[in-house]
Design a protein around this ligand. Sequence first.
Ligand code: CU
Length: 126
Amino acid sequence: MSVMVRKCAAVAVLALLSACGDGSYGSPTAPSNNTPGTPSTPAANEVIATTSNTFTPSTLTVARGTTVTFTFQATIHNVIFANVAGAPANIPNTANSGVQRLFATAGTFGYDCSLHAGMTGTVIVN
Ligand SMILES: [Cu+2]
């Protein structure tokens, strides 16, 4: 009788172990690439280019909802926006690229490149 109980207990322990040991430790799911949703209406697209350590045009006036593409040539620049509500995210150091920013909020958004003194610009959003 006591042998029988021990056997059952051993089986129960094995069953518990095997239940846990299925090898799946919650394998991490791939992070979803949360790309910003495209606006329902196609937004106008303006370009600010970096040439000779200047932003061209240095002042750009756009309608709200405009996407602006900052184009960077071989020289590394960045775009650091003044701390104004509604300003888009800064653009870290980059070269040979185009980076888009959506201007969804009306206002005046000054920015500069922290790498080059006097390299400044403004986007005015109406
Ligand atoms: Cu620069």
